[in-house]
Design a protein around this ligand. Structure first.
Ligand SMILES: Cc1cc2nc3c(=O)[nH]c(=O)nc-3n(C[C@H](O)[C@H](O)[C@H](O)COP(=O)(O)OP(=O)(O)OC[C@H]3O[C@@H](n4cnc5c(N)ncnc54)[C@H](O)[C@@H]3O)c2cc1C
Length: 462
């Protein structure tokens, strides 16, 4: 008899969600996390009365998407208090002003281009099968309909926001699946208590069913014998046995280090070696003396020229005016900041390479960009924190990526790495395997996919 039915390595959204789903099916579950705080990239800490996210988060479909569905499935519907972005609460900052989307696009687009864009969005939202579009990237697909530079800039920004890779690398199929589901539900939200509330709710689900959580506990090895998983070895040498092991630690680290390359066939290893991660990000968390904006979410951009913006970044240069995604957590829930103060978070994608060398310039240009969006920012700044690509790598691994395995043509739809690894009873979960969606949505979909397979294989057979 093994110590556990299931061991989950890692407490990201994917790990905690799959743990909760399986514990809910009465599987004796242990979840371990190497850090002191749970949640992986979806985590929050407290500083001077502010609740600060590690990253910069807003949640696609919120309670109506997979994050909410998982709570329903474990009988914890309502465990999260979501604040939803309402009409006019999300704005684009462009050419020195705030604008709504899509209603204000008419101010900037010739009528003919605006009609083309609206008809394109209408057409794709009716598509039943998006799989064919997994073979083409967003830029090439869009160019078939329009070459308008502002529309291209818009699709570049959305691709960066959803998938953290430039639009000429994103699968058009994945883009359309996400855009369509967001349009259908018209729902973006943020949980009370910060983004950690999501993995915390799933952890509650595990505990409620008798499962166990160990933080500050690192898996050193996943033990395999006779092509079947046997359990894990901790970094203190302790062995814990289990019928099933699910890794949330990232597909490359799981295969190359936690299990070891000797256990896999050459063709499989080649596939793993060829997988690429999403880009990284710099995120600023800005604690302000007073409120500078009424909005819940702002997306700002300067240059309209996609090629110019991207080529600067890929050559290791820092754009003068940086694209910024700026959720304002204290406008979602006042409890995120002390009374009358405001918390702004701002994130932008960038390649990990060259960042350290240009760190000072990135910070300088970030502040000058954000000052343009929110005049008075510097004089109202109490303090700020920054999370860099290096911080993400040290804390959570996965080559500093924001999302996980990038949603390119080669890695989306049927080409997505599978949640089942070619060793009996060994699975992957999170942004590195299975699913579709935006960030945490992708990780949650992966958990649903993984738990469905396990439930079918283990419980239905019983
Ligand atoms: C800056 C930034 C902004 C983002 N913005 C958004 C957003 O607005 N909306 C959105 O939906 N998503 C966003 N995301 C993405 C989202 O946070 C991630 O996609 C999601 O949280 C990844 O979950 P995961 O299940 O893959 O696990 P991860 O978050 O990668 O967690 C894996 C966990 O496993 C642990 N671990 C690894 N190895 C071991 C080991 N050997 N032993 C024990 N534990 C181990 C790690 O410490 C970590 O806690 C953002 C991410 C970042 C970084």
């Amino acid at each position: 008899m093994n110590d556990y039915d299931v061991i989950v390595v890692g407490s990201g959204v994917g790990g905690t969600a799959v743990g909760a789903l399986l514990a809910n099916k009465s599987l004796n579950t242990l979840l371990i996390e190497k850090n002191e705080i749970i949640g992986g990239r979806c985590s929050t800490y407290e500083k001077n009365g502010f609740k600060v996210d590690v990253g910069v988060h807003s949640f696609a479909r919120a309670d109506k998407g997979p994050l909410g569905k998982i709570l329903e499935m474990i009988d914890m519907e309502g465990a999260i208090n979501w604040s939803i972005v309402g009409q006019g609460e999300s704005q684009w900052h462009y050419k020195g002003g705030f604008h709504g989307f899509p209603e204000d696009l008419r101010k900037f687009l010739p009528k003919e281009d605006l009609l083309k864009l609206l008809s394109l969005i209408n057409q794709v939202s009716k598509l039943k099968d998006t799989s064919k579009l997994d073979e083409i990237d967003v830029k090439s697909w869009l160019t078939q309909y329009t070459t308008n530079s502002l529309i291209h800039r818009y699709f570049y920004l959305i691709s960066g926001l959803y998938f953290v890779i430039p639009y000429h690398h994103v699968s058009a199929g994945e883009f359309i699946r996400c855009l369509t589901s967001l349009n259908k539900y018209q729902r973006v939200g943020y949980p009370e208590g910060g983004c950690i509330s999501i993995p915390l709710a799933y952890i509650e689900g595990i505990k409620k069913r008798g499962g166990k959580i160990l933080t500050n506990t690192t898996a050193n090895k996943i033990i395999v014998e006779d092509e079947k998983v046997k359990g894990i070895e901790l970094d203190n040498g302790e062995f814990i046995s289990s019928d099933i092991v699910i890794s949330n630690a990232g597909v490359k680290d799981t295969v190359n280090r936690l299990i070891g390359r000797d256990y896999f066939k050459k063709e499989f290893l080649q596939k793993i070696d060829n997988l690429s991660y999403s880009l990284s990000a710099i995120t600023l968390k800005l604690a302000l003396k007073k409120s500078l904006t009424p909005y819940k979410m702002v997306i700002s951009f300067g240059s309209e020229n996609v090629e110019e913006y991207y080529s600067q970044m890929s050559k290791g240069k820092v754009p003068d005016e940086i694209d910024y995604f700026i959720p304002v957590p204290s406008n979602y829930h006042t409890s995120m900041a002390p009374k009358e103060k405001q918390l702004l978070t701002a994130g932008t994608m960038l390649p990990r390479e060259n960042f350290e060398k240009n760190k000072k310039k990135w910070i300088e240009n970030s502040f000058s960009t954000l000052e343009k969006v929110f005049p008075g920012l510097s004089e109202n700044l109490l303090w700020y924190d920054i999370t860099t690509p290096e911080d993400i790598d040290i804390m959570y691994g996965k080559e500093s990526s924001v999302v996980g395995i990038a949603q390119t043509n080669e890695q989306s739809g049927i080409n997505r790495p599978s949640v089942s690894l070619p060793i009996k009873d060994l699975y992957m979960v999170g942004g590195d395997a299975g699913g579709w969606g935006i960030g945490t949505e992708l990780a949650a979909m992966s958990a649903l996919e993984c738990s469905n397979i396990i439930i079918k294989e283990k419980l239905v057979k019983k």
